[in-house]
Design a protein around this ligand. Structure first.
Ligand SMILES: C[S@@+](CC[C@H](N)C(=O)[O-])C[C@H]1O[C@@H](n2cnc3c(N)ncnc32)[C@H](O)[C@@H]1O
Length: 348
């Protein structure tokens, strides 16, 4: 019998952040008693984490900051025959008892792997056709099949539970820049709301007529997202706000220091995109939440060049210390984030 490969998960991340992604997976793995290890190459846009706890680890995508997607590896192959890659990949699934609601062939987000996009598209159609022929596609299945091409002749085959993983190929929501929005930064808040809240929470927690404060608002990309949902926004920034937003009648522009501003009465939402030391931002967010000046907060934490995972943990510890069990924290390094992460915090 061929030796069985050790159990592992595959995480996609922003290229250059493989180390942080591996550290984070390791810390979850320790909690699960896994004692595993990472296989990662800098700039590759993915991390394989080998662990006896891979099955449990594979369901933790929502709680991870640096993983855009998290898959349970079924097998991997190198030296795939260029004319018939499926002849090697398909047998890895044929022995599996599951059926699949869909199958995605994708590549990591690295410069090198991006060139694999045309190959992925072609292979995707062939894979789905082959699975259909073998009656392995069942739209009601809770499982999705992934093939991650890491080179023209190398791939992972992996499984994802639809309800516990990112619903976008590559873990990247492809958002269209909204017409009329004043800055590209608008996509960051849109992605944050899409990624860090579920559909039910978005409906319940973002209602027309609610009040929000936007610290560091100019020119208004984040404010634009809130106004598009008919929220009233106090936009705090010494810089100029977009004229169209001001004309909406839903925005009050305050030229003030975002680190000193206090709302005259509590608001529903606080959003903050001020570029500052992450601990200084966290400290201010902690004050807002601890004083219950807002119920929900979305903010960016710009990460330092080194020890970025340590910095994230220090900021979370600071927030938890100030707010205790009352605060729930979720965070991701979004596709539209560069050297930063986006945090959603809410009072329970
Ligand atoms: C990255 S930009 C914000 C972009 C904005 N979110 C958008 O979508 O258009 C950062 C903004 O923070 C503002 N800022 C920085 N420090 C500030 C402070 N202490 N108080 C208020 N605004 C501040 C800057 O003036 C700048 O407009």
């Amino acid at each position: 019998m061929p030796p069985t490969a050790p159990a592992s998960v595959l995480a996609y991340c922003r290229p250059g952040f493989e180390g942080e992604c591996a550290q984070e997976l390791a810390s979850h793995d320790v909690e699960l008693g896994g004692a595993g290890h990472a296989r990662a190459a800098r700039g590759s846009g993915y991390v394989e984490f080998v662990s006896p706890a891979a099955d449990a680890l594979g369901s933790t995508w929502r709680g991870l900051v640096f993983a855009r997607q998290l898959l349970r590896v079924l097998g991997s192959a190198r030296a795939l025959p260029p004319r018939d890659r499926l002849s090697v990949l398909l047998p890895m699934v044929e022995g599996d008892a599951r059926r699949w609601c869909d199958a995605w062939v994708e590549a990591p987000d690295s410069d090198a792997a991006r060139e694999l996009a045309p190959l992925c598209r072609g292979l995707n159609s062939a894979l789905v056709a082959a699975l259909k022929k073998q009656h392995l596609i069942d739209r009601a299945s809770p499982w999705r099949l992934h093939v991650c091409m890491t080179a023209t002749d190398a791939a992972y085959v992996a499984a994802a539970r639809v309800d516990a993983t990112a619903p976008w190929p590559g873990g990247i929501p492809r958002l269209k820049f909204p017409r009329g929005a004043p800055s590209r930064s608008t996509l960051k808040l849109e992605e944050a709301l899409l990624t860090l809240l579920d559909a039910d929470e978005r409906e319940r927690c973002l209602k027309a007529g609610m009040r929000a404060v936007d610290l560091g608002a100019a020119p208004g990309g984040w404010t634009w997202q809130l106004v598009a949902r008919s929220l009233h926004v106090t936009a705090v920034d010494n810089g100029p706000m977009d004229a169209g937003l001001l004309a909406s009648g839903l925005v009050d522009h305050l030229r003030a220091d975002g680190f000193r501003y206090q709302p005259p009465k509590p608001v529903d939402w606080l959003v903050c995109d001020m570029v500052e030391q992450p601990r200084k931002v966290s400290q201010r967010m902690a004050e807002w939440l601890a004083q219950a000046w807002c119920r929900h907060a979305v903010f960016n934490l710009k990460l330092p060049m080194k020890k970025r995972w340590d910095e994230v943990q220090a900021c979370f510890a600071l927030l938890r210390e100030a707010c205790g069990e009352r605060v729930e924290l979720r965070a991701k390094q979004l596709y539209h984030d560069r050297e930063e992460i986006t945090v959603y915090a809410r009072l329970r």
